[in-house]
Design a protein around this ligand. Structure first.
Ligand SMILES: [Zn+2]
Length: 162
């Protein structure tokens, strides 16, 4: 999949999942919802920064397993966890970004994967599915985490959406 297709996949999926899967449908009415959509778009395009990295580090390749993985969201999650970031603007943006990456990984499954450093098609598919699935689990966990151990009750959290 190329950039435009990734966006066409990510945006409707993000909107639908907020509406039907998340515990925070209020997001749809938030004045910042456009920002979250934008962050989901950035996430949907993020794994393909490997094009740019390949220019600096020859051999890094397009569809590099490092950018086409859960590594980015995991690294971003470290400061969120350490500093107990609970501001809805940041946690929702983080979720949208992570969601975008997950859709990118599942999107790259559809056509030929061509992961750098990975020779077999089976391993490519396993890589995309495993990383995408863990991100989906991580998303449902952060939905939970941002409301509980980070110091705000669920009620407070929902009330502070904006
Ligand atoms: Zn890609």
């Amino acid at each position: 999949m190329r950039g435009k297709s990734h966006l066409l996949l990510a945006i409707p999926l993000y909107v639908l999942s907020v509406k039907y899967l998340s515990h925070a449908q209020e997001l749809l009415l938030s004045p910042f919802f456009a920002l979250y959509c934008l962050t989901a778009m950035v996430g949907a395009l993020f794994p393909d920064v490997d094009w740019a990295i390949d220019r600096v580090i020859p051999g890094f390749g397009h569809r590099n397993p490092l950018t086409h993985s859960l590594l980015g969201p995991l690294l971003l999650y470290i400061p969120i966890f350490i500093y107990k970031v609970s501001h809805p603007l940041l946690t929702n943006s983080y979720n949208a970004f992570t969601f975008g990456i997950a859709t990118h990984l599942f999107g790259d499954l559809v056509k030929r994967g061509n992961l750098t450093w990975v020779k077999s098609r089976k391993q490519e598919h396993a890589w995309y599915i495993l990383n995408g699935a863990v991100l989906v689990v991580l998303l449902s966990m952060t939905e939970f985490l941002k409301a509980l151990p980070l110091g705000t009750s669920i009620i407070n959290f929902i009330n502070t959406f904006s």
